[in-house]
Write a protein that binds this ligand. Structure first.
Ligand code: ZN
Length: 238
């Protein structure tokens, strides 16, 4: 921890990368995990797909209203608040996230690159008019134009947001410290960011419950601490 603290204090540009582990500490089930997730109640391969939106609109909508109501049950944790404070105080540059729950922007972070989009806003699949989470949950799931209202996440069968990836990569290249929080780094192409950081001379810190595929690249790995604890302890020592 002391070494990480030193790196954080000395770094000119720190980029944070968050994965499912960041959200599971809020209680939100990792929807990829077999035992607790939603994936057993629904067939995600069918429903989280852009084809479902077109051919099975009713089930698609039910699935996403359910996921959104699940997200709404949980609150941000202290770790999210620390990261929001750090951005405000200039301690970190930005956050790159694989999570779609929008917890980082809800916490107040401005520079957040959501690689898979997010549930923050809903929009019409046809005319792209924006709506909000509340009206979606209240049942307004069809646009005036007749199009289906959908969350702003990337569905299977859709292209990843190229601009977001490009901007996130630019920040990553400029970073001299890159900290991974709660990602197994197994999802491609998201896992390229720590590699890009390392190639460009950044120090790499990985905090994750399980060993990750990129541990051998890291300067420091932490497996025996949760993220909340990691961030609050660092914050207390800053
Ligand atoms: Zn529309």
């Amino acid at each position: 921890m002391e070494n990480v603290l030193k790196l954080l204090k000395e770094a000119n540009s720190t980029v944070i990368f968050t994965g499912a582990g960041m959200s599971t500490e809020s209680g939100l089930p990792d929807f990829r995990s077999k035992d607790r997730g939603l994936w057993e109640r629904f067939n995600p391969d069918e429903l989280a797909n852009v084809n479902a939106l077109i051919t099975n609109e009713a089930e698609f909508t039910k699935f996403y209203q359910y996921r959104l109501s699940e997200i709404n049950k949980y609150n941000l944790h202290e770790g999210h608040s620390v990261l929001a404070k750090w951005e405000k105080d200039g301690i970190i540059d930005s956050i790159i996230t694989q999570n779609v729950d929008a917890f980082h922007s809800d916490a107040g972070n401005q520079d957040v690159f959501e690689l898979h989009g997010s549930f923050r806003d809903m929009h019409c699949h046809e005319c792209h008019k924006q709506t909000d989470r509340e009206s979606y949950l209240a049942g307004e799931t069809t646009c005036e134009c007749g199009g289906t209202i959908r969350p702003g996440i990337v569905l299977f069968g859709e292209t990843l947001p190229q601009d977001t990836f490009r901007l996130a990569e630019e920040r990553t290249k400029k970073a001299d410290l890159f900290i991974v929080l709660g990602s197994s780094l197994s999802v491609t192409p998201a896992n390229m960011f720590p590699m890009v950081a390392k190639e460009n001379g950044a120090k790499l810190v990985i905090v994750n419950r399980e060993p990750t595929e990129l541990d051998s690249l890291a300067d420091y790995t932490i497996h025996d601490m949760n993220i909340k604890q990691f961030l609050t302890e660092l914050d207390d020592s800053l």
